[in-house]
Design a protein around this ligand. Sequence first.
Ligand SMILES: Nc1nc2c(c(=O)[nH]1)N[C@H]1C(S)=C(S)[C@@H](COP(=O)(O)O)O[C@H]1N2
Ligand SMILES: [Mo]
Length: 260
Amino acid sequence: MKTPRWLTVHGDTLLKDAQKEIGRIVEQPARRAFLQRSLTLGGLSMLSGCVIVDENSAETALKKISQFNDTVQGWLFDPNRLAPTYPESTITRPFPFNAFYGESQVQVIEEEGYRLEVTGMVADKHAWTLAELRAMPQTDQVTRHICVEGWSAIGKWGGVPFAYFLRRIGADLSAKYVGFKCADDYYTSIDMPTALHPQTLLTLTYDGQTLPPRYGFPMKLRMPTKLGYKNPKHIQAIFVTNTYPGGYWEDQGYNWFGGS
Ligand SMILES: Nc1nc2c(c(=O)[nH]1)N[C@H]1C(S)=C(S)[C@@H](COP(=O)(O)O)O[C@H]1N2
Ligand SMILES: [Mo]
């Protein structure tokens, strides 16, 4: 596939903004379905610079646009720019629960016997108990969680700065991806610059208390720079890799970078 025509014109900011907006639209399955219905295939070819003859090639073209958008979001990501933080008085109570199943099906994981597995491009493959993780330096933050389903909420999460943890396990920081496997069969992966962002937290607490099951006990990865679905709960294993790991929603068409 050729580079989309509307991106090759020149480095005009307005064009880049338009590209970002189109990217956002095509990344959301509901809106994408709408786009597929309302745009003629010819119109889609105009967007993608490809000849699109059927629904399948439309799907492929949209996937290509989304991948291209991952690259652009990666370029635009500023590792030093902080997401907004909020006063504790603005915390949303009760904080919403969300998962690909209902709240009655939340996994209840026992602390006894739990170990956080670490594999892939890391020097130290020791599996961690919660007590060991709690003994590491902790910090907390009040930030906004934004879900693509159309809600956002402010919450307070505490835990180990993920950059500290990655250095502690001797992760190869030049690797492309950090992947997560969760106890509920959810999985996702992130780019290394986001993994090293100062607000990315290996989260052990919610609102000053041990992370409750519904918010991801024993731990979640909290990133105020990314949309809700990129923040894995009930993490069982973390791996560092150069092989694209995808994700539960990402493999169904949600944009992989998922910046907020
Ligand atoms: N393990 C796991 N993590 C997950 C999900 C899930 O279904 N399982 N859902 C994601 C989505 S879409 C959202 S919006 C947030 C919701 O987190 P909350 O329940 O703390 O609000 O978790 C994310 N992480
Ligand atoms: Mo979400």
